[in-house]
Design a protein around this ligand. Sequence first.
Ligand code: HEM
Length: 400
Amino acid sequence: MSEPITYLEHWDRADAFDPPAVLRELSAEQPLSRMVYPDGHVGWLATGIEVAKEVLSSPAFSHNFHSAHFPVTKKGQPFPTMPIIPGMFIHMDPPEHTRYRATLTGEFTTHRVAALGERIEVAAAEQLTELRGLGSPADLVTAYVQPLCRRVLNDLLGISAEGGAILARLSETSNDDDVPVEDEFAASKEAFLYLRDCVEKERADPGDSMIGRLTGVPDLTDREITNMLLIVFVAGLTTCEGALAATSMALLHHREQLAAFRDACASGAGVENAVEELLRYTTVNQYQIFRTALTDVEVGGRLVSEGDTVTISLPAANRDGSRFAHADLLDLSRDPSGHLAFGYGVHICLGQRLARTLLTIALRTLVTGLPGLVPEVPAGDVRLRARTPVFSLHELLVRW
Ligand code: HEM
């Protein structure tokens, strides 16, 4: 393993549940290794949980697009270098990043998420009724996962179902390796124009919604707000859909764990822990977490030079045997705390409280509402979105 690996090698995920074997081997033997990027850059790949945390929490590393080498390609084409886009705080460093992020933290407080949670309960029950109405067998992804997650994201932003459909197209095209780059750009433009229109309307007559509140923040332009909303929606929808699909599948194919989850739902004890373990085990942000060194810096005892990009494999880090015993097993009774499914450091997931609430309600509603739920096809026959930045499923046929 002393030769640099190429980015292509680690893309081949063998099954629905595990990160590729090469990443798991690296995590055990060489948690920080050299990796050749699609543009020829010889950078790094972090697969151990401690080195991952070191990189993600160090101010010596930037999340800026300018200096980065992309670890993944879209249909074999390297990503174009992008200018800094006002409001796209996910690819900014402090203090700019901090300024934008601070204006959004109020949208994800315990109180706000609890209020959203009440509406998620209603939405989940309604979507389950629709699923039942379709009759068994049915596709869980299109009949439950997608409509539910989309309702939640629309509700968060305070936008209509029609508007949400425009934004969901961007989420879909950006996380589908088979979609041409031009289609993604077209979806991005349509989503931007739709949201900018919403922002203009709210600025003229602000309501009690996320968009209305953002228009009241001094010095934020319409363009900045529009881009911030785009980030929140796409980062939230793509991951929630992937995580709900992947965790549902993990439960359905681990019958003892499914029974344990049902027991936890009945008693009310252990559900939160179970959801954390499902998040650790499935870790859907698979190939596009990276940082670039602003200066020479030591990581895990090795020298990373200024300008080097380090890709962090969150799925591999979450299977690090030095932190999680029998890490490849799904075990809802273990202590999974400290997992990196939501990242780490200043860019740690802004919507994690909402994501946990959504997953908990959606999974509980599903498994308690359909006690006879079983997979319709073997795990190996499920069509995976295995090469996309966020892991997900094309479909998940179930019967009950
Ligand atoms: C299970 C669902 C989710 C997962 C697994 C997830 C995962 C992640 C991860 C790994 C990051 C860090 C990215 C990096 O460091 O490069 C992140 C950041 C982010 N997430 Fe999530 N996320 C989820 C749900 C959500 C939701 C529901 C929202 C909002 C509605 C959201 C909004 C964001 C935003 C805005 C960022 C960027 C934060 C920043 O740059 O400061 N995510 N998420």
